[in-house]
Design a protein around this ligand. Structure first.
Ligand SMILES: [Cu+2]
Length: 191
């Protein structure tokens, strides 16, 4: 980390950026190998028409920024949409970072799809709320995915997992460094 400090004072912004990217790469490698989440399936690949079909299965109802799932089986399709700039975000029914409402005891089936070329994202559920630091400490993660690959050959990576929540206030967020810090998260209300 000495190079990092030197780069800061010496005006070597490239050194700082290089070190930061290196740290992120190491962190991603560590996450990929060290933490296997219960209920997480490996990422698979979907064409655009398959993504449309998956999105059509979401059975939530939109009320402004809230999406409510009243049934005992909730199908939630969370997409990281293009374009993601200026800040990365999630979208459900094209609502950015919505509040998700579920019934306690429901079976909640998440599908997470990353549509952003060249970038990795994840979807994790935790009891820890904002503000999130650059490296969010959100253990234990209650459910979620590993870091996704980025889309390739016109196909988007997607992963599914199932969560059976008890009543409470939860959060979903992206665990890629800096993303939750920049607002890539939302509330989950279970009652
Ligand atoms: Cu992200």
């Amino acid at each position: 980390m000495r190079d990092y400090a030197k780069g800061r004072t010496g005006g070597g912004r490239r050194v700082v950026l290089g070190v930061m990217l290196g740290v992120v790469a190491l962190w991603q490698a560590g996450v990929a190998s060290a933490s296997v989440l219960v209920g997480t399936s490996a990422f698979k690949w979907a064409t655009s028409s398959q993504v449309r079909a998956m999105r059509a299965r979401d059975n939530g109802t939109v009320h402004g920024k809230i999406i409510s799932y009243r049934g005992l089986v909730a199908h939630v399709v969370v997409v990281v949409p293009q374009p993601e700039f200026p800040f990365p975000k999630f979208a459900v029914h094209h609502v950015a970072n919505p509040t998700l409402e579920f019934r306690a005891g429901a079976t909640v089936k998440f599908t997470f799809i990353n549509r952003v070329m060249g970038f990795s994202h994840s979807l994790q559920i935790t009891r820890t709320g904002p503000p999130f630091p650059m490296f969010p400490k959100v253990q234990p993660v209650l459910a979620g995915t590993e870091l996704s690959p980025s889309p390739k050959s016109r196909k988007s990576p997607y992963a599914t997992f199932t969560w059976r929540p008890t009543a409470g206030h939860y959060y979903y967020l992206c665990a890629v460094p800096g993303h939750a810090e920049m607002g890539m998260f939302g509330d989950i209300i279970v009652k």
